[in-house]
Design a binder for this molecule. Structure first.
Ligand code: MSP
Length: 482
């Protein structure tokens, strides 16, 4: 049978520091979409990975007193450990320092050079090492890069240039007519206005950065780290740089990221693909940005919550839930441990946890419950919520999708309070009422599978269907109060 494919990517994260909550957010978001599409029968490839080359990583390794390779190997282990802790179901993990990736990058550079898209010139301009990106005066606030609070350096060197300027108009058209979708739509507008300013050619080589892919046509320089990094989206699904042989998962259905790297992903990245005549990704989605207690999260400012701390405090599923419910569609959000704990207690310990415990306690007093007809109203409500959740997930409104599930939980609470099964003396009637509540609980668990898979699994283990009955086991507390 022909199965539709779904290819989703996260950015490859810089390994100069270990992953923080922002990285965890994107990765959990992608995981939810991957799990959702797998459950719906698609052939899914979910790619994440790490960005290991360039001046910034070279510096970080130096500060740690390690060779870049060794430093990156260690960081690789840290990233993998955290994604495992968070139950991330990625199908691939790309390292940009891997031989296969480097070979493909080198091959692409050669192709671009031979086809005249790379030429020798002089680059003169501002560059922020924090972003590893070129800056113009209009990008700066008080002369500094607003993201890194650092003055960019003036770079002037003989360098190989990529003809980015040739692609601005074409990109505008492609984005305008949604051949490459940018969502939310507000971001599409922003990018279109940015492209209207025109694109300049960029330098794609570095003379004094050793830690990178050397240019096949001039070994004295290495490739600009972003050019190297973008190609991960192709090499991560097995591409070796051969234009006649693209991987069958290509192109990505969704590329997830935040606004910090949206512009480069809608200028250099698609321009490279156009130059190579490779089809473009279908959608680029920019989610919101977290601040912590009102401040940018930054290791140097001491303003971070590490993902493993969050998982320790709230459990892995608790952490996944809190991350996802903290950002509305496309909007930024501010976190604080107090707010997270409040939300945890209200939605997980009380909401879902309490609802599950009440039903399982009542059900386990009976043990086996015969499958009977479902009450019409309840059936209708379940269908309605399933429909809304699906719609929201397809539009990448995952916070909103989760909120729908919580609507079903409140509805279930209402049913429980209305029917008061603990007061019913007639066993047959009691079993019928409980059957309906158990189906409600199972429907909640079904909807939660992509979001908090371990919890969904625990609920299913407590309400197992076998033949014409459902066996109820009480199970432990899902989310202890904090
Ligand atoms: N290495 C580049 C990406 C290359 S992709 C070809 C890079 N790495 S990064 O480590 O800085 O990761 C940036 C991404 O991490 C953001 O786009 C977003 O996905 C995630 N986040 C990092 N901080 C974040 C927040 N504070 N809030 C939400 N997401 C954030 O850029």
């Amino acid at each position: 049978m022909f199965k539709k494919k779904f290819y989703i990517t996260t950015p490859v994260y810089y390994v100069n520091a270990r992953p923080h909550l922002g990285h965890a957010y994107t990765t959990v978001f992608a995981d939810i979409l991957a799990r959702y599409h797998r459950l719906n029968g698609k052939r899914v490839f979910f790619l994440t990975g790490i960005d290991e080359h360039g001046a910034k990583i070279e510096e970080a390794a130096k500060r740690a007193g390690k060779e870049p390779k060794k430093f990156c190997d260690e960081q690789n282990a840290v990233f993998k450990k955290i994604w495992k802790l968070f139950n991330i179901s990625n199908d691939g993990f790309i390292r940009t320092s891997s031989d296969s990736h480097k070979k493909a990058v080198s091959r692409v550079l050669k192709t671009l050079f031979n086809n005249g898209f790379i030429y020798k010139g002089v680059y003169e301009g501002l560059y922020c090492e924090g972003c590893e990106q070129y800056k113009s005066e209009r990008d700066l606030v008080d002369g500094k890069c607003p993201d890194h609070q650092k003055e960019p350096v003036l770079m002037k060197e003989e360098s190989y240039m990529f003809k980015l300027s040739a692609f601005g108009e074409k990109l505008k058209k492609i984005i305008n007519n949604d051949k490459l979708k940018i969502r939310p739509l507000g971001k599409k507008k922003e990018i279109l206005s940015f492209l209207s300013g025109g694109l300049n050619d960029i330098s794609i080589s570095r003379k004094n950065v050793k830690w990178g892919v050397s240019l096949p046509f001039d070994k004295s320089s290495t490739a600009y780290v972003w050019l190297d990094a973008f190609l991960n989206y192709l090499t991560g699904i097995g591409w070796n740089g051969d234009l006649k042989n693209l991987p069958n998962f290509w192109p990505p259905d969704v590329q997830l990221m935040a606004k910090d790297i949206l512009r480069v992903h809608l200028s250099i990245w698609p321009a490279l693909l156009l130059a190579l005549k490779i089809s473009l990704p279908k959608m680029i989605f920019s989610h919101g940005f977290f601040t912590l207690n009102g401040w940018k999260m930054s290791k140097s400012l001491g303003n971070v919550i590490w993902p493993e701390e969050l998982a320790e405090k709230f459990g892995v599923d608790g952490a996944r839930y809190l991350l996802i419910s903290s950002l509305a569609y496309g909007a930024d959000g501010d976190l604080s441990l107090e707010k997270l704990a409040e939300k945890y207690n209200a939605d997980l310990a009380n909401g879902l946890g309490n609802f599950t415990a009440r039903i399982l306690t009542l059900g386990s007093q009976i043990g086996k419950i015969k499958i009977s007809g479902l009450n019409k109203n309840i059936g209708k409500k379940i269908k309605e919520i399933q429909k809304n959740t699906d719609k929201n997930i397809k539009e990448l409104k995952i916070q909103e999708a989760l909120a729908e599930v919580w609507r079903l939980i409140s509805f279930g609470d209402g049913e429980l309070n209305k029917t008061e099964p603990w007061k019913i003396e007639d066993t047959e009637r009691k079993v019928r009422v409980l059957f309906n509540l158990i189906i409600l609980l199972r429907s909640v668990a079904e909807l939660l599978k992509p979001f908090i898979p371990q919890t969904a699994e625990k609920i299913f283990r407590s309400v197992k269907i076998s033949g014409k009955t459902i066996n109820i086991k009480k199970g432990g507390i899902l989310f202890p109060r904090i």
